[in-house]
Design a protein around this ligand. Sequence first.
Ligand code: DAH
Length: 349
Amino acid sequence: MSSGRALVEELTALAEEAKSILGRADSFEHLEELRVLFLGRKGRLAQIMAKLPGLTPEEKRDAGQAANSVKESLTAQYTLRLEALKRAQDEAMLAGFDPSLPGRAPSLGGLHPLTIVSEEITSAFQSMGFEIVSGPEIETDFYNFEALNFPPEHPARDMQDTLYIGDNVLLRTHTSPLQVRTLLSRKPPVAAIAPGKVYRRDSDLTHSPMFHQIEGILVDKGVTMADLRGTLTFFVHRIFGPDTLVRFRPSFFPFTEPSAEVDISCVMCEGKGHVDGQTCRVCKSTGWVEILGCGMVDPNVLKAVDIDPEVHSGFAFGMGVERVTMLKYGVGDLRLFFENDVRFLGQFA
Ligand code: DAH
């Protein structure tokens, strides 16, 4: 039988004891144990309060008030200690860490140099009104050779080492089939540019069995070689700079007549033929480097796609993206484009 006064004394003693113990809890686990011990459902405070029903109403009121204030103060003690422990944890985490140091940037990927240059080339032609077209990498003999004026036994077919897949089916050896496909699907005036992969049985220091070309075709009434020259000169100045010289050299292709190859002043020696008194390795001291083939679309090609060569005329051109990229960036080895060494690729990102 406990009296009210004895209970209040018990409560006061509990408050004293708990206060000093709680204030010394040195870990979250320890503090939690103490919370359960003093404030838990079956804890010390609860045990004392369980005796309240045996008191007179008056004693009950006094002891009840004392119990509530003990509970409040213990809870406050507990919270205070919990916050102190959290602060200590944060400080320990930050020790030896300098938040003012710059962050470590994640490494981002970039476009492949061939993609960059290919986009530069196509956008130069797009700015002149050319549209971009594409076609299949697996072609038939008709599109790759026949419609382009390569007769069946014509020696010009030997100009390219073709990868055949079956009778008359092959991996396209150039993007020129897009001349035929474009003229079959559109009526003049037509101006189109066709970037894509091409394949040849060729592999050495300067040849890869797969490489990239960009084809151009323009057909309208009254198109002349002067239009071809103006168009390609604009392109050269966009890609290699406005001081680059351009020259047309007579050449031969079955699908153009007349045909030409375009040279630009050497990107290495700027046309001088030598660098620091040494023979220029890029142009072999000629001062010029070849960058593409072109010509006026052969009347036989126009006939093959049902366009009357008496009414319409046009020009075509084709270039290798690897070659243009090597010249533009001074890359000496073709294989660098296909080895995917990030130390090489990262220089273009
Ligand atoms: N198709 C030729 C090649 O692969 C490049 C070419 C030359 C394309 C002259 C043309 C052109 O359109 O007119 O070597």
